[in-house]
Design a protein around this ligand. Structure first.
Ligand SMILES: [Zn+2]
Length: 301
């Protein structure tokens, strides 16, 4: 019955001349009831929710049913369920849920608060920017939209306001303060591409461990005692740190266009205004198509 009813609801406009509202309502309730069953994973229900939304748009009172509320409650459990590797897919899922929750009203605040939680950053930032793009026309005046925009903008401004690394410089923290790790930090901050450490095996292992987050190329020279560990910066990792900055600036530009009605964005305007002077012209066009910011936030010492 569940699949049949869903299929029916998809084709509903086609059949609407032959079906009474009473029968349609019964089918709607059947679908909602079946979607409340916990054995169906909530992620699989997002497209069904979009279909139900088409029916409730024509029959707005139907969303007042207790079972429909129960169904919506399922979507609020964990917003990270709807993540995909594709930011646009994640944003589309969240947009469908946002729309249904906003129309009914009970859970939209909880949902928006979850989207603003620190679990979303930095990995889900790109999807949230896409989501703001989908929401802006209809919900630009909503306080929930404004909260989400503020949190996303703050996170992106934090990344974009840090100057990109200069030349071969590498950013990031090393928590150990031993003499070898101090040399590592010096090397990372320098323009040197390679670092040598002639030391016993335990010291070489400790340094390799500290260097791991930086994705340096690591090699042990098989001659001399003790052996020598050689760490090398790669062009890719240096570039990826610079790209993270460029992406954050592009995101800030996009976010400025998505500013909620009546919101003050002086800091964002100032940041985008300054950054635009230093970025190549081509980076502006990538803002339109790629809003994905998946790079980790790079911290300054
Ligand atoms: Zn150390």
């Amino acid at each position: 019955m569940y699949i049949g009813a869903v299929t029916f609801l998809i084709d509903w406009p086609y059949f609407s001349n032959y079906i009474t509202d009473g029968l349609l309502h019964e089918m709607f309730k059947t679908v909602v009831k079946n979607c409340c069953v916990k054995t169906i994973h909530v992620k699989e229900l997002v497209t069904t929710l979009a279909r139900l939304d088409r029916v409730t748009a024509a029959h707005p009172t139907w969303i007042q049913g207790v079972e429909y509320k129960q169904l919506l409650a399922r979507f609020v459990e964990n917003t990270l369920f709807y993540n995909s590797n594709d930011d646009n897919v994640s944003a589309n899922n969240l947009n469908i849920i946002w729309h249904a929750l906003h129309a009914e009203g009970t859970y939209i605040k909880t949902f928006a608060t979850q989207l603003c939680s620190k679990d979303q950053f930095p990995n889900n930032t790109g999807a949230l920017i896409c989501l703001l793009g989908l929401l802006t026309t209809e919900y630009g005046n909503s306080p929930h939209y404004a909260s989400l925009w503020t949190v996303v903008s703050t996170s992106q401004m934090r990344v974009a306001s840090i100057k990109p690394p200069h030349g071969n410089e590498v950013r990031g923290r090393v928590s150990c303060t031993c003499v070898n790790c101090k040399s590592l930090v010096q090397f990372l901050r320098s323009q040197q591409m390679t670092m040598h450490l002639k030391a016993r095996v335990s010291d070489r292992h400790l340094l390799s461990y500290s260097a791991k987050p930086f994705n340096l190329k690591s090699q042990t020279l098989e001659h001399g005692m003790p052996r020598t560990l050689v760490l090398t910066k790669t062009a890719e990792m240096i570039q990826s740190q610079k790209d993270a900055h460029t992406k954050a600036v592009n995101s800030c530009r996009k976010l400025l266009q998505l500013k909620p009605a009546g919101k003050d964005a002086v800091a964002l305007e100032a940041l985008v205004g300054t950054a635009s002077l230093t970025l190549p012209a081509s980076s502006t066009s990538t803002t339109q198509t790629s809003t994905g910011v998946k790079n980790e936030i790079i911290e300054l010492d």
